[in-house]
Write a protein of this length. Structure first.
Length: 125
């Protein structure tokens, strides 16, 4: 893992005891490697859960879908790499790498990977 200046390890620990922060990922390469693309089924990996927030990595091979569902909390979807089709409220949005989308609680939505894709979900808990 690449060093981040002034930080403890990725869990916010140091030799001097706990810190009031957590470095959930030090760089994009490490974040992408945390959940590699698989042709069998999309991959889900929780990377962090802390006070009021949960962060989850999703990885899709092209053509894989996450069926329509909703969450009890607001969420933010960030496309780290690739392109996904995101269907919500009767619309289909094409989200390329770099896109960030906020979704209100209880809104039905689904997504399909147009290309191999890596996403980061941030949910309020």
């Amino acid at each position: 893992m690449s060093a981040v200046s002034g930080a403890g390890d990725v869990n916010g620990r140091s030799v001097n005891g706990p810190k009031p922060f957590t470095l959930a990922a030090a760089n994009l390469d490490d974040l992408l490697a945390a959940a590699p693309v698989s042709g069998e089924k999309f991959q889900i990996k929780r990377i962090f859960q802390g006070t009021g927030v949960r962060m989850i990595r999703l990885t899709f091979a092209a053509g894989q879908t996450m069926r329509e569902h909703s969450t009890n909390a607001p969420l933010v979807v960030q496309v780290l790499e690739g392109t996904v089709a995101f269907r919500i409220a009767g619309e289909e949005l094409t989200l390329p790498a770099g896109a960030i989308l906020h979704v209100e609680p209880s809104e039905l939505h689904e997504l399909e990977a147009v290309t191999d894709a890596h996403l980061l979900l941030t949910l309020a808990v």
